[in-house]
Design a binder for this molecule. Structure first.
Ligand code: GLA
Length: 358
């Protein structure tokens, strides 16, 4: 069944509903609620394609949201650090905001010291997306955005389509598709901050994390978080999550905390389980699957309490963590990294799935 407005659906029965969420850039913003038959409920805003809340039961049947977010659009307009958002045109950093494709040199908006981060000043997290096809049976929402030639310095008109689907196996599947009319770097991801306890009074330091990566990309010594280009073995380092470790166990020996790209042990091109996050307090488990070659594990190091939820409770350091599936940071300047250049006529297509159980 296909419908664009299920006004009779209150959001508590399975299906999809929408409600007005305010205005940005003089455009109406909607908030869609996707509910599956197990009562898992994901809310997605057309502003930034943001996952604003993701409610699941815990082991005692108590429901709460496993992601950091706000109840109102104003929370997002205040520019929190990418809470729940779709990230593009290039997720992660491009050194000095510069790259070349063939003989053409490009300069991007720099918004992270001297580097360009997550698409520049106004990335895909800060634009209003157009909601397209909506399906009810297995709740699914299509969002599209046309990023114009020259936007934030990127070449080519990039037509992007993202589909969020909430399955009855409690998976949030995100498919990313794009085409361009000029060669351009593309690296799309979602920036949800997970806290499986469902309460950001708790940090994520007691969560256990496993990442299927024997290598990671170490970063420059002046800590602008640009990879050196080397792939470094995780064995014997605090980056070894090949077996599950408590996040807090070795974090003090990582200057600044975890904010690194892990090189997935790829087994072909398909969707592959790459990370498992568990929390004993709530009994929740999050499995991450992706077609991407990398994942940025970010332990919420820059959260400093300056943003607060709608009840005034601050988002403090380490109260959320991101597992941003992606190509490697700064790939346009690292010929040895898997290419992120999308050519005209080619199709960008990646899939990431977050499966929650409790
Ligand atoms: C990404 C980056 C981090 C930080 C956050 C937002 O995950 O890798 O360094 O910028 O976004 O605060």
């Amino acid at each position: 069944m296909s419908c664009t407005n299920t006004a009779t659906n209150t959001g508590t029965s399975a299906g999809i509903s929408k409600q007005p969420f305010g205005q940005a850039d003089a455009k109406n913003v909607d908030l869609y609620t996707l509910t599956n038959k197990n009562g898992v409920q994901v809310k997605i805003s057309t502003y930034g394609g943001v996952v604003t809340s993701w409610v699941t039961p815990d082991k005692n049947g108590k429901a709460s949201s496993i992601v950091l977010g706000f109840d109102s659009l104003s929370g997002y307009l205040a520019k929190p650090p990418y809470f729940g958002a779709l990230i593009g045109r290039y997720g992660n950093r491009i050194a000095n905001g510069k790259f070349k494709i063939g003989d053409s040199s490009y300069t991007l908006a720099t918004n992270n010291g001297r580097n360009s981060l997550h698409g520049g000043n106004k990335g895909f997290d800060k634009v209003v997306w157009t909601a397209g096809a909506v399906t009810d049976s297995i709740p699914s929402l299509e969002l599209s955005y046309l990023s114009k030639d020259g936007e934030e310095g990127y070449p080519g008109n990039l037509s992007v389509k993202v589909v969020y689907t909430l399955t009855n196996d409690n998976e949030l599947e995100i498919t990313y598709d794009a085409t361009t009319d000029k060669a351009t770097p593309v690296n799309l991801t979602n920036h949800s901050y997970f806290n499986l306890t469902g309460d950001h009074a708790n940090t994520i330091l007691d969560h256990q994390l496993q990442i299927d990566a024997d290598y990671y990309t170490p970063v420059d010594s002046d800590s602008t978080l640009i990879p050196t280009g080397e792939l470094k073995a995780v064995k014997g380092t605090p980056f070894d999550f090949t077996t599950a470790h408590r996040i807090g166990e070795r974090i003090d020996s990582v200057p600044g905390g975890y904010d690194h790209n892990f090189v997935i042990n790829r087994k072909g091109d398909g969707l592959q389980q790459i990370a498992v996050l568990t929390d004993t307090l709530s009994g929740r488990k999050l499995e991450v699957y992706t077609t991407e070659p990398g994942v940025q594990f970010y332990s919420g190091n820059f959260l400093d309490g300056s943003f607060k939820d709608s009840n005034g409770k601050p988002f403090n350091k380490h109260t959320g963590l991101c597992l941003e599936t992606q190509h490697f940071p700064n790939s346009p300047n690292e010929p040895k990294f898997p290419s992120t250049i999308l050519q005209p006529g080619a199709k960008y297509h990646t899939v990431t799935k977050y499966k929650i159980s409790w």
